[in-house]
Design a protein around this ligand. Structure first.
Ligand code: AMP
Length: 239
């Protein structure tokens, strides 16, 4: 099984010249950040580190962090900053200092972003870029209710436009696909409100630092992935 929250890489990056960038993927739930993080991991060998996956694994293992996070996640509200900071820095430290990574779903508040900035500066591993995935609320809603996730490896599908080859079964590991409890209609509205109130201010936060790149997430997965690759290639010469 992959380490906590690290999506299993199906293929390491192939370009020896590529730079191990450190990125943040921002965006409301359902904008396709996780899918794009996985695509970029496959194409560039960066490690996709999903804060939601990290927490779901803690919940599954029944750790003290998992017990604390479980109620918040079910209600669609954020877990306390202190909890998420502890697990995400532990995950980053497990990667080793040479690794490039994509933080997917973290940070989600200004205090988290400030703590991340300070923590990465202390490790001499500053961020190279932040990609904000933009999508209308109607489309977000439609994508989330159709989302299905592999119980084992975390691969995400969409019943309308990224369906599995066999209904209910993961293409990669053949495990069962489930609907996340917080992807139900009643919880989505809370998650979107939380995003607007607490996470959207990070767009200005990273814009001020010259790190922000906006990507229209409306197009099909592969087209969005091509735009993401272009953004990353644009960062290649900057280190
Ligand atoms: P996600 O899979 O990214 O949609 O996250 C699922 C849930 O995990 C969220 O609704 C929050 O309850 C929790 N969560 C994930 N990332 C964070 C974070 N950076 N800060 C606080 N809570 C988080």
């Amino acid at each position: 099984m992959a380490a906590m929250g690290v999506r299993a890489a199906s293929r390491a990056g192939t370009d020896d010249e590529m730079t191990n960038h450190r990125l943040v993927f921002l965006g409301a739930p359902g904008t396709g950040k996780g899918t794009q993080a996985r695509r970029l991991q496959d194409r560039r060998g960066l490690i996709a580190l999903s804060s939601g996956d990290v927490l779901r694994q803690e919940v599954q293992l029944g750790t003290p962090v998992g017990v604390e996070a479980d109620g918040c996640m079910k209600r669609g509200v954020l877990v306390p900053d202190s909890v998420i900071l502890g697990v995400m820095f532990a995950a980053v430290d497990r990667l080793g200092s040479g690794a490039g990574f994509i933080l997917d779903g973290f940070p989600r508040t200004v205090p988290q972003a400030e703590a991340l900035e300070a923590g990465l500066a202390a490790r001499k591993l500053p961020l190279d870029g932040v990609i904000d995935f933009c999508l209308s609320d109607d489309e977000i809603f439609r994508r989330i209710v159709d989302r299905r996730v592999c119980k084992k490896c975390g691969r995400t599908y969409n019943l309308s436009f990224v369906p599995p080859r066999q209904a209910g079964v993961c293409d990669d590991c053949r495990s069962e696909l489930i609907q996340r409890p917080d992807d139900r209609r009643d919880v989505i509205a809370t998650r979107l409100e939380t995003y607007r109130a607490l996470t959207a201010p990070l767009i200005a936060f990273y814009e001020k630092r010259g790190l922000l790149h906006e990507v229209d997430a409306t197009a099909a997965t592969e087209q969005v992935a091509d735009v993401v690759i272009k953004v990353v290639e644009g960062l290649d010469g900057t280190k």
